[in-house]
Design a protein around this ligand. Structure first.
Ligand code: TYD
Length: 129
């Protein structure tokens, strides 16, 4: 779990950020999804994955992401498009405090597979006993 800062390739025409799988982030990208139009008081995520690694970027606006590895809970602020957050498997993640203009892009290491989700927090906690 860590915040990564990306190089901004900017000039007078504007800014550009490039993220390459297995180069700028530590996995090949199999899937991209994005969340937008989330209400400020909405909680999203609230699950962990068995295998999927995820990389989260607020390309517009801002949100907070709380990651819980079974030992500690840390809240990260994603508020600029040149920073991203790595969420490893077996880490419970909750996205919250979305700004109205937030577009949260998630790069994922695996295709969508419901069996990869741990959606019950009690089951998640059991895994660390
Ligand atoms: P959900 O897991 O509830 O979103 P989040 O945890 O990010 O708040 O997903 C919402 C719906 O979208 C649910 O029916 C599953 C589906 N979905 C896909 O089909 N593919 C995907 O890659 C994702 C992330 C979700």
């Amino acid at each position: 779990m860590s915040i990564v800062e990306h190089r901004v390739l900017g000039d007078h025409r504007g800014q550009l950020i490039a993220i390459e799988g297995a180069r700028d982030i530590p996995f090949e990208i199999k899937r991209i999804f994005y969340i937008y139009g989330a209400q400020p008081n909405t909680l999203r995520g609230q699950h962990a994955h068995h295998k999927t690694r995820q990389y989260l970027i607020a390309v517009s606006g801002s949100c907070n992401v709380t990651l819980d590895d079974g030992k500690q809970r840390i809240t990260y602020s994603l508020h600029q498009p040149d920073i991203g957050l790595l969420q490893e498997p077996l880490v419970w993640g909750t996205m919250h405090d979305f700004s109205h203009d937030c577009v949260l892009v998630v790069l994922a290491s695996e295709h969508y597979e419901e069996n990869d989700y741990i959606r019950n927090y009690a089951h998640f906690q059991e895994m660390f006993k």
